[in-house]
Ligand binder design. Structure first.
Ligand code: PHE
Length: 399
């Protein structure tokens, strides 16, 4: 028995006839091929013969191709199908290269069969193409049908940080009162953050306002992260002097703090300053009372307590009646009935001069408040560290 093409010999002038040399008998057996020429493998035996012919292969390819084609529903798969079966490297083209192995008599008939299959597949392809085109819309209707009775999916909405919300509320209120919103740098010089605000190097207030310093060459001016928005007073006065100025300056501040429930190393402030002629303490009171009433509601009780800041004289602290207990005393107001919301005062004559104004002609008031503190009081938040810990469980409560 001989297995495979190795046992088959082809003789010139005897095309189409394979001879198997039987290893045991040493004799030869001829098999007339009559278009049953073996293509890839010839399994021949002296008793039994199984041949896979080019024509069988072709018929098989045709059948597989037609079945595959009937399942195609889109143009992309259709073009893949075309190259798989009818392309230059497609199965039919590959198989047709084997035509040369046929005898001269067999070749024409086989060639015709190839052409017939090609034509059949070509026209099946064209038919499928037009079918897909005409049914594309219908298929889209069927496949992409929307079940309008299904409940909708709620998109996850982003939201503003609670500090940003309160900052915007504050700036809106002051904008209504004619204040412009200004920006001032977070990185400042020692001169602007301290010296020009009456806080010289040996001033005890420096302890309270200690901060982070940026490394600078020896002898160069000290550069730091601002401890309050008050250097913005100098920036805005210098930009306006000798004309009147009325601005608020919201932004971040930094302190070298032991971080606790009440102290963060980074927080926001909103500074306000108004300088002009005939500005008095009554203007300061009227502005801040008006602000408190807009923030906490008309009729909100307020009080001013004397205080001290090196850059204002006189200085005050603004308290509003606790809106939770209405002045009766509770956990949020620490039983005092009052909540402290802002430091303020009349701009110190030295500071006015540093800003470019003449204190004999000009006067002004300034105030500073912390939006985180105001938010904590509004919502009864007992730990400032929630604000910048990035914990979504906290943040998503502020819709
Ligand atoms: N800068 C002060 C602070 O950080 C607040 C303040 C601003 C006080 C303006 C008076 C005037 O505490």
């Amino acid at each position: 028995m001989c297995v495979g093409a190795t046992g088959a010999h082809r003789y010139p002038g005897n095309e189409g006839v394979y001879q198997c040399v039987h290893p045991n008998q040493g004799g030869t057996t001829s098999h007339a091929s009559s278009l049953t020429v073996a293509w890839l493998f010839v399994f021949c035996s002296c008793h039994m013969e199984v041949t896979v012919t080019i024509i069988d292969q072709l018929a098989h390819i045709e059948q597989t191709a037609l079945t595959a084609l009937s399942e195609i529903r889109d143009a992309e798969t259709l073009s893949e199908w075309k190259s798989t079966y009818l392309g230059k490297q497609g199965s039919i083209a590959k198989l047709s290269r084997e035509l040369g192995t046929l005898s001269a008599e067999e070749r024409p008939a086989a060639g015709q069969r190839f052409n017939a299959v090609r034509t059949a597949l070509d026209s099946a392809l064209a038919e499928r193409e037009s079918h897909i085109r005409t049914h594309a819309l219908q298929d889209a209707f069927n496949n992409e049908a929307v079940d309008v009775t299904l409940p909708g999916r709620t998109p996850v909405m982003g939201r503003l940080h609670p500090s940003t919300r309160v900052l915007r509320m504050i700036t809106d209120i002051f904008a209504e009162m004619g204040f412009q919103v200004w920006e001032s740098p977070e990185v400042e010089t020692d001169t602007l953050n301290f010296e020009l605000l009456n806080i010289p190097a040996d001033h005890p207030a420096r302890d309270m306002w200690d901060t982070f310093y940026i490394e600078t060459p020896p002898g160069a001016e000290k550069v730091l992260l601002r401890t309050h928005t008050s250097p913005g007073q100098i920036h805005s006065m210098r930009a306006h002097a000798p004309h009147p100025v009325r601005v608020i300056l919201p932004g971040k501040c930094y302190r070298y703090e032991q971080v606790t429930t009440r102290h963060e190393m980074m927080f926001h402030q909103v500074e306000g300053i108004a300088v002009g002629t005939n500005i008095t303490f009554s203007d300061l009171k009227g502005t801040l009372v008006g602000f408190a009433e807009r923030l906490y509601g008309a009729g909100t009780k307020t009080r001013f307590r004397p205080s001290y800041f090196p850059f204002t004289e006189p200085s005050v602290e603004l308290d509003v009646e606790c809106f939770l207990c209405k002045g009766n005393g509770c956990r949020v107001c620490k039983q005092s009935g009052w909540l402290e919301i802002s430091g303020a005062g009349m701009v110190h004559p030295d500071v006015l001069r540093n800003g470019g104004y003449d204190p004999a002609i000009h006067s002004g008031f300034a105030f500073g408040m912390g939006p985180e503190r105001i938010t904590m009081l509004r919502h009864g938040i007992d730990d400032i560290r929630w604000f910048f810990s990035g914990d979504e469980r906290f943040l998503e409560q502020f819709v």
